[in-house]
Design a protein around this ligand. Structure first.
Ligand SMILES: Cc1cc2nc3c(=O)[nH]c(=O)nc-3n(C[C@H](O)[C@H](O)[C@H](O)COP(=O)(O)OP(=O)(O)OC[C@H]3O[C@@H](n4cnc5c(N)ncnc54)[C@H](O)[C@@H]3O)c2cc1C
Ligand SMILES: Cc1cc2nc3c(=O)[nH]c(=O)nc-3n(C[C@H](O)[C@H](O)[C@H](O)COP(=O)(O)O)c2cc1C
Length: 772
């Protein structure tokens, strides 16, 4: 086969090598614009696993690299004049230039034709390279081949806001992969530094665009930029300079990261994308070169199989795009963390900053950190416990079992039973079902139990089975549940109060296969901000008048008064998921032209009026929460996470104590991105940008998730909904698993023997897993 590799970076060279290894008769030429010794960038980072993959593919080049690799085990985080060091992270690195030299040598040894100082253009595909059986586009981040065919490759390029420059230095960072956060008069700027050979280190400097602007980097040449960075980070450089080698970048040496995602990697059954041309992974998780090299192995393997060329190319894409997406998703979390780094440096002490940074991709969890460096993690657990308890502690405490106080309400721990409608009330009246259900949940160890959305009037219900709090009988039924909770468990109990608005008068979820299907008989008039149905099949709501607003506000106030008489410790106002107040907040359902529609401030007006009236009627020592949909999952057409911070600020100013940060369910057009803890980044942004306590919710299901979220300061409490349905004792089980016996959880005395047995069994199972 005649193969042309366009681009002599790691991906193109390694593909050429991998093909020659499989069949020396292939004719392979690599075209590269640079000379052999030229290169941009400094060092690259690998994992042991990548090296094993390379070794399996070509032991010769892998062994040369392995002999020259630099290893580090530690990560240092410098901020606020302190340094936090943790161990067990295990990285390996090599200079990019040296790696390319090794690949050049190996390629030539195997008979690959290397053509340096050869610029190629898109026109060459059908002229100069017309006789090639296969053209491999390995031309990197700014691939000409891909950019000329963005439609064909179904390419999405997302240019990220931060600016960064890839510098080098002879200062040694031999001991640890080093992050440095430094405050300038214009804001924060930070460094990712690691050593990659005996006397050279990569030194990537990054900042937000306003700081880049203010420091004047845009107008500087490469040397001036390096010198300015040297001055900023002088105290970490031991008298060494910062070096630049990005001559290929015109103007300022700084760039913005383009996240490239191609949904098709093959054109005309003869042109195939590989490496950065097909996908990019942000340097915050340092996997770009790994992806390119592993693409090359996969492509060579498929081309060497029994498949015909078109099928082989497609099989290669099918295999690699999953891997690329996985890494991109982890890289995305890490990238977004750095895009918001000033939020964390400002909000956290150096220890929490370090923890938050180490867990930034959400792939490294609390227990992963324990495996890496137990002593450091336990010191951090004690530090957090000392802050939560207001006194030094001797023993580490799992973060989920730390107490938390909101006004006069003291919670034993950070686990919350998330509100879940049971659709099992009759005429809004909670029944024995509810007593047993909430009673079991309160016994199960969570610090706080939230009730289902409980409605302020018959017309405020979602379904005929929804619970209410508009009459004395309902108040008494709730009081029975609250009294049981207080008398027999360590939990506090919160009433979620709501109005279904345009999503009212629907069938129970198990009555129809269509979600939010309207009642076919005995329905009622539904109201909303506008006469705009939630879904095409939904009832059209009547747009609320000012009188409606006054009436609905009064109903919420009456509900709060009843909640207080029933003894609830807290109330939560439901302003999420497309129900009445959420429908006011989201532009998707609020089309009003008066003072209650249009701008975000106007759309918030009615929810804030309701909240303010409720707050005035609710005792000052008792806390209040508001649940919001922090994102409509509709991009700029709906509520965005940035607006969620504004929404939280407005409720904070009105006296909210904690924001329960949910998302979505406001539009049938939404495109949510699910995953573990998928809504937690919204709780994080609200907490640390608006400076208010948050509850995170959404696919949080393991004790490890809760510990990581609390320890990283992403939220103050974690709501778990579905995990509690089949396991009301979720928190007790977590305590048994973590062998925790402190004040942060109380097991009913009647159940103590069960706790002890579970603890023993789980410990035995964990031992067996370790020794297996
Ligand atoms: C700041 C920064 C830090 C990074 N850190 C790491 C890290 O620590 N670890 C890691 O694994 N990855 C890292 N990466 C990513 C890594 O550099 C890339 O993912 C990797 O180089 C991709 O390899 P590639 O061969 O696909 O593309 P490239 O390495 O970009 O190679 C493409 C080649 O094609 C040549 N070329 C392009 N167009 C033409 C043309 N028209 N004519 C002739 N030649 C052409 C270029 O000169 C280049 O040599 C980092 C990237 C950046 C920007
Ligand atoms: C059966 C069920 C009923 C729910 N009812 C409510 C509700 O009444 N009020 C509310 O705010 N959220 C409600 N939710 C949403 C949950 O509180 C939670 O936000 C969501 O299920 C995601 O959390 P999870 O992944 O832990 O289940 C409900 C969820 C379920 C599964």
């Amino acid at each position: 086969m005649k193969i042309v590799c366009l681009g002599g970076g790691p991906s193109g060279l390694y593909l050429a090598i991998s093909m020659k290894l499989r069949d020396p008769s292939h004719s392979i030429t690599v075209y590269e614009r640079n000379r052999p010794g030229d290169t941009f960038g400094w060092g690259v980072v690998f994992s042991d696993e990548t090296m094993q993959n390379l070794k399996k593919n070509d032991p010769v080049s892998a062994n040369i690299m392995i002999n020259e690799l630099v290893h580090w085990d530690m990560i240092d985080c410098h901020a606020h004049g302190e340094v936090e060091r943790s161990a067990g992270h295990g990285f390996i690195g090599i200079g990019r230039k040296r790696m390319l030299q090794i690949l050049h040598g190996r390629a030539m040894e195997l008979g690959v034709n290397l053509e340096f100082e050869q610029e190629f253009n898109v026109d060459d595909l059908d002229s100069r390279f017309a006789d090639a059986d296969l053209i491999v586009a390995a031309d990197g981040l700014n691939s000409k081949i891909r950019n000329a065919n963005l439609d064909v490759f179904d390419c999405d390029i997302d240019l990220r806001p931060n600016k960064f420059v890839w510098l080098g230095t002879h200062q040694s960072f031999r001991e640890a992969f080093t992050f440095i956060f430094e405050k300038t008069e214009y804001g924060w700027i930070w460094v990712h530094a690691y050593q990659f050979d005996a006397n050279t280190s990569t030194f990537i400097v990054e900042c937000q665009p306003d700081v880049y602007e203010a420091l004047g980097f845009e107008r500087m040449n490469h040397e001036e930029s390096a010198e300015t960075c040297r001055r900023i980070f002088e105290k970490y450089l031991g008298g060494h300079k910062l070096l630049t080698n990005s001559a290929h970048i015109r103007g300022s040496a700084w760039i913005s990261f383009p996240r490239v995602l191609c949904r098709n990697w093959v054109k005309d059954d003869r042109i195939v994308l590989i490496g950065d041309a097909a996908h990019t992974a942000h340097f915050a998780i340092g996997s770009g070169t790994k992806l390119g090299l592993e693409d090359a192995i996969s492509l060579a393997r498929h081309l060497d199989s029994d498949l015909a060329l078109p099928q082989a190319l497609r099989a290669y894409q099918a295999e690699r795009e999953i891997e690329a997406l996985k890494l991109q998703s982890a890289a995305r979390n890490a990238m977004v963390w750095f895009e918001n780094a000033p939020r964390y440096v400002n909000a956290f002490d150096t220890r929490q900053l370090n923890y938050s940074m180490l867990t930034r991709s959400q792939r490294v969890s609390h227990e992963n950190l324990r495996l890496r460096d137990r002593e450091w993690l336990e010191t951090y657990e004690k530090h957090l416990a000392g802050l939560a308890l207001g006194k030094p502690v001797e023993q580490p405490v799992p973060p989920m079992f730390l107490p938390f106080r909101l006004r006069g309400m003291a919670l034993k721990n950070r686990v919350v039973v998330s509100p879940m409608s049971m659709y099992s009330a009759v005429a809004g009246l909670p029944s024995d079902w509810h007593l047993v259900h909430y009673g079991a949940l309160a016994q199960g160890g969570a610090g706080l139990v939230c009730t289902e959305m409980t409605n302020v009037s018959p017309g405020a219900r979602i379904t005929t089975g929804c619970a209410g709090i508009w009459n004395d009988e309902q108040e008494a039924a709730w009081k029975r549940i609250v009294d049981f909770t207080h008398a027999s468990t360590g939990a506090k109990i919160c009433l979620q109060i709501g109005h279904a608005g345009p999503k009212g008068a629907t069938q129970k979820p198990w009555e129809s296969s269509v979600s939010d299907a309207p009642l076919t008989q005995d329905g009622w008039e539904v109201i909303g901000p506008s006469a705009h149905p939630f879904a095409p099949h939904s009832r059209q709501p009547r747009a609320m008048t000012r009188d409606d607003m006054i009436r609905v506000t009064a109903e919420h106030v009456a509900a709060v008064e009843r909640a207080d008489r029933a003894g609830f410790d807290m109330v939560e106002l439901h302003a999420a998921h497309g129900y009445l107040l959420s429908a006011f907040i989201t532009p998707v359902l609020n089309k009003r032209k008066d003072d209650y529609g249009g701008s975000l401030a106007n759309r918030l007006r009615f929810p804030l009026e309701v909240f303010t009236a409720m707050r005035a009627a609710w005792p000052a020592q008792k806390p209040m929460s508001v649940r919001i949909s922090a994102c409509d999952w509709l991009g700029e057409n709906g509520v965005t996470p940035e607006q969620a911070v504004e929404i939280a600020r407005a409720f904070k100013a009105a006296g909210v104590d904690i924001i329960d940060v949910s998302a979505g369910q406001t539009s049938t057009e939404a495109k949510p991105v699910y995953g573990r803890m998928f809504q937690t980044p919204f709780a994080d942004a609200v907490r640390n940008d608006a400076g208010i306590a948050t509850m995170a919710v959404g696919n949080i299901f393991e004790p490890d998730h809760v510990n990581s979220i609390i320890a990283a300061g992403r939220a103050d409490l974690c709501c778990l909904a579905r995990p509690h349905l089949l396991d009301p004792n979720w928190t007790l089980r977590a305590a048994a698993q973590l062998q925790y016996h402190g004040e942060g959880v109380s097991c009913p005395l009647q159940y103590q023997a069960g706790f002890e047995q579970l603890e023993r069994n789980l410990a035995r199972a964990a031992d067996m897993a370790i020794n297996a």
